[in-house]
Design a binder for this molecule. Structure first.
Ligand code: AHR
Length: 515
């Protein structure tokens, strides 16, 4: 049977690749707005900024003395672009970096801060000029919640406890030190991670050992002056279900959230080029991307066993594509380009997160600038917005909206490595004003797709839309051609008696608004 499906899949791929055999595919979507009860947490649209390559230095921060136009040291172009995304939260300082980071090195006069070697990421010397104040002030400028990742791997309980006190207490020795460093009022810090990848770069621990350490470290992360920490335990990667089992069993309600990392990577030894790939690799990538749904179901199933009331949130605080770094860039800095394929991965993954929003309360794409699947790429004083940025922009209408359950039926599926990839993916939500937003992705490289959307009790008089597509799937924005891939108005959708009829071009992502 398996061989039969694979052969059919290969045949479908071959046919799709033949010029002149393009077809009009058909699909239906049925909305169940009457069943919508869960809010899509805006925190699913979280970002991640690690001391890695040029994410922070050069990407976000250039310092007040830079020739690059900046506000208090943050580059103006990047600030402006990020504000447009309505970022809900920003995770910092890592990643792997967090478990080697000693926060006291990053406070006080910048020219007196000690240096360190960034052992995880290319051995670059870190001058600590971007520290706690610079991060928390950035969050205030962006209007987002900080998500601070504490050091369990190589830091002490005392160090972590004092960091929380420094950031959030009104009075006391740490508050006094903060005031001496120029910040009178404490910041509000909601999300606090107790370690990162503690099974790997965060300490190579067994889950049983980490569970005890979590209990110990988190005990001393106090709530000062009305600041209420949402404590997040370091979670599993991918298919490590035992980690989740042990943490749920041994930590349970002592954590508010449990993290999960899932990268769209086919082979960690041969990740492949971000821009040079064929149709087979494209579909394979999307198959791996969509596999996140099964992975989530398994982790959520384990969580449900111990926590049926869903008090502990699942936080997918690292996700996205991970390709070979761009040729000619510094090894270990993970600078990669971003094509329409990455945009597809973003759209498909967000669609899955929406579906499980009753358990998934946060997600953080890796990373915000110049690292992995970035929103933004910078080079000196230039900046480009990636196709992934545009998806986040088109999808921001779903933040904090009510998820509308839906069924998708599409004729065509592509089979790759045992993974079946339906060529249409969809999600929908209703915002506070009653506007219904539907996002659709036609992943098919060759064929347009006629979609009929049964709206049920969604009533609307007008529909508007925006589309992201391009001539070639490997198109991307460069410093020379920054607008090669960008959204445009979309008008191929019409309301006909309770049905929305949409014609999606091949390889396109569309967000529709029904008012
Ligand atoms: O995002 C890059 C790295 O991936 C992070 O530092 C680490 O947590 C993960 O392995």
């Amino acid at each position: 049977m398996k061989t039969y499906i694979l052969k059919l899949g290969a045949l479908a791929l071959m046919l799709a690749a033949l010029p002149g055999l393009r077809a009009q595919e058909k699909a239906t979507v049925t909305l169940h707005a009457d069943q919508g009860k869960n809010i899509i947490s805006r925190h699913i649209y979280g970002q991640f900024a690690e001391h890695l390559g040029t994410c922070i230095y050069g990407g976000l921060w250039v310092g007040e003395d830079s020739d690059i136009p900046n506000t208090q040291g943050y580059r103006n172009d990047v600030l402006g672009a990020l504000k447009e995304l309505s970022i809900p939260n920003l995770r910092w300082p890592g990643g792997c970096f967090a478990d080697e980071y000693h926060w006291m090195d990053g406070i006080g006069p910048r020219d007196q801060r000690p240096r360190m070697v960034n052992n995880n990421w290319g051995g670059t010397v870190e001058d600590n000029s971007f520290g706690t104040h610079e991060f928390l002030n950035l969050c205030e400028l962006l209007g987002c919640e900080p998500y601070v990742s504490g050091n369990v791997g190589s830091g002490t309980v005392e160090e972590m406890a004092k960091w929380v006190e420094y950031m959030t207490a009104e009075d006391g020795p740490m508050a006094k030190l903060r005031k001496q460093n120029g910040r009178e009022k404490p910041w509000k810090v909601k999300f606090f991670g107790v370690g990162n990848e503690s099974w790997g770069c965060g300490g190579s621990m067994r889950p049983e050992f980490y569970a005890d350490l979590y209990r110990r470290y988190s005990t001393y992360c106090r709530n000062y002056n009305g600041n209420q920490l949402f404590k997040i335990a370091s979670g599993a990667s991918d298919y490590d279900y035992n980690w989740t089992e042990v943490l749920m069993q041994r930590v349970g309600n002592r954590m508010n959230g449990l993290s999960l990392h899932y990268y769209t990577v086919m082979d960690w030894n041969q990740k492949g080029s971000a821009t040079d790939f064929d149709a087979a690799e494209y579909y394979r990538t999307l198959g791996k991307c969509l596999e996140i749904e099964q992975v989530l179901q398994r982790h959520i199933g384990i969580m449900d066993k111990y926590d049926p009331d869903r008090n502990v949130a699942l936080m997918v605080d690292e996700w996205g594509t991970w390709w070979d770094q761009e040729p000619g860039t510094i090894p270990g800095h993970l600078f990669q380009q971003n094509t329409l394929r990455d945009a597809m991965v973003a759209a498909l993954t967000l669609n899955v997160f929406h579906k499980y929003t009753d358990r998934i309360q946060m997600a953080n794409i890796a990373q915000i600038a110049n690292v992995l699947q970035s929103m933004i790429l910078t080079k000196d004083d230039r900046m480009v917005l990636t196709p992934t940025y545009h998806v986040f922009h088109m999808y921001k209408v779903h933040q904090d909206a009510t998820y509308i359950p839906l069924d998708v039926q599409c004729e065509r599926r592509v089979v790759r490595d045992d993974r079946i990839v339906p060529t249409l993916s969809a999600t929908a939500s209703r915002d506070d004003e009653g506007t219904v937003h539907i996002s659709l992705a036609n992943i098919d490289l060759e064929n347009t797709c006629d979609v009929e959307i049964a709206l049920g009790d969604v009533k609307g008089k007008s529909v508007s839309g925006i589309i992201l597509t391009t001539r070639n799937i490997d198109d991307h924005n460069t410093f020379e051609q920054p607008d090669k891939v960008k959204p445009a108005d979309f008008s191929d959708a019409r309301l006909v008696k309770g049905t929305l009829k949409v014609t999606l071009p091949a390889k396109s992502i569309v967000t529709l608004s029904i008012r």
